[in-house]
Design a protein around this ligand. Structure first.
Ligand SMILES: [Zn+2]
Length: 196
């Protein structure tokens, strides 16, 4: 007998962390709590239909290319959060990275050539191991209830490489050749066909 396998459903929950989704978080998005509750309801309502849950978790070191402490001006001051930094400014020495200027210049040129995002210095956020880094409780609680019935959810960290920003869920904005954590995410790729 040929058993017809049904399609599997993955629920991918992107960056539902305190710093983005809880009031007081360093990059809090107003209204995010309601989204959190909506997603929590989806987990409960579609309990049986969900085969797998993956949370992505934005994860940064303090000195990250997108955090103020990575940069100095001629006076030794770091930029204010939300400052845009362009490759020309680095070439002129207006903004100086704390390390590897050649790489950083090349990174910014790549980003500008893609034309998708400017390079923005964010407030420090999702610092590894901090409260801001943690996933928001309503979702973890519902995912745990779902998992108690014999399933497993996964957490995939992104952004840990301090030399490249990582907006997408699946790979860094400018992947680095010898840094697999910046390339297409292997955890999700191994289980699912991921369209990119
Ligand atoms: Zn980030």
């Amino acid at each position: 007998m040929i058993k017809k396998s049904r399609k599997k459903n993955l629920l991918l929950i992107i960056d539902m962390q305190h710093d983005f989704a809880a009031n007081g978080g360093s990059l809090y998005v107003p209204g995010a709590e309601e989204d959190v509750l909506r997603v929590a309801k989806v987990i409960v309502k579609h309990d049986k239909a969900i085969d797998h849950i993956i949370f992505t978790q934005d994860t940064h070191h303090v000195l990250d290319i997108s955090h103020p402490g990575f940069w100095r001006n001629e006076k030794g001051e770091s930029p204010e959060p939300f400052t845009e930094i362009k490759s020309m400014q680095v070439a002129k020495g207006e903004w100086i990275p704390i390390e590897d200027t050649g790489y950083v210049l090349n990174y910014l040129e790549n980003l500008e050539a893609k034309g998708e995002f400017p390079h923005v210095v964010w407030p420090e956020h999702c610092l590894i191991g901090s409260v801001g880094h943690a996933l928001v409780p309503p979702l973890v609680e519902k995912a745990a209830d779902w998992a108690r019935k014999g399933r497993r959810y996964e957490v995939v960290q992104k952004g840990i490489n301090p030399m490249t920003e990582h907006f997408g869920a699946l790979r860094a904005n400018v992947p680095i050749d010898d840094a697999p954590e910046t390339q297409l995410n292997m955890v999700s790729k191994s289980h699912y066909h991921v369209a990119t």
